[in-house]
Design a protein around this ligand. Sequence first.
Ligand SMILES: Nc1ncnc2c1ncn2[C@@H]1O[C@H](COP(=O)(O)OP(=O)(O)OP(=O)(O)O)[C@@H](O)[C@H]1O
Ligand SMILES: [Mg+2]
Length: 225
Amino acid sequence: MAELLTAKGVTRDFVIGDGSVVHALKGIDMSVAEGRLTILKGRSGSGKTTLINMLGALDRPTSGEVFFDGEDITKLSDAKRDEIRRYKMAFVFQSVALMSSMTAYENVDFGLRLAGFDEKKREERAKRCLEEVGLAKRMDHRPGELSGGEQQRVAIARALAHEPKIIFADEPTAELDSGTSHHIVELFKRLVLDEHMTIVMTTHDVSLLEIADRVYTLEDGEIVD
Ligand SMILES: Nc1ncnc2c1ncn2[C@@H]1O[C@H](COP(=O)(O)OP(=O)(O)OP(=O)(O)O)[C@@H](O)[C@H]1O
Ligand SMILES: [Mg+2]
């Protein structure tokens, strides 16, 4: 099983207002296999978001390395990291950040426009990805005309549209009821099984764990499995 992402000895210290230091990550070693669903679980404050930010090049470790696709991304310039994030990675967050004045279709199209796709490709991909997440009949709805789970599915369609190598999802189900959460996680599972997508997701919800290929448990900045 090929590893797409590997963290080696990753630490992250935050210096807060009074000058004291929070050791949010204390030497994390973990890896994410290509074409698999990996879950990071742990209590609030255990370091899940901090870790996902390191893996997704949204933040840099204080020490340690993160290898993505064979390359240590912690050593790259900001510009190079931006490029990797834009073209190879996608992010889905707890609160769905859709443009409220745009329809589902326009939201997905907008992401593709930013990534520089021409009109024909945008139309083809936006439609395919919205169908993929089960929203073929809701493409012309604005976020306010969609349920919470449907909105999160639009965000997932948008994440998929530029065909990333990996999707990072930080508590993507936290604002959804448990039934809807299950649908979102089933969708992730299907993307992994059918599309060979690689997904890293954080969650508090222990009922979602059974669906993961691999679970890492964080406690106070350390992996405790
Ligand atoms: N920018 C920051 N400055 C200072 N401390 C921070 C910062 N970001 C996170 N922390 C601290 O680092 C620790 C880990 O935070 P993190 O957000 O990674 O937790 P989490 O596991 O994602 O929690 P939750 O489940 O509540 O989202 C916490 O103690 C938090 O207070
Ligand atoms: Mg968090």
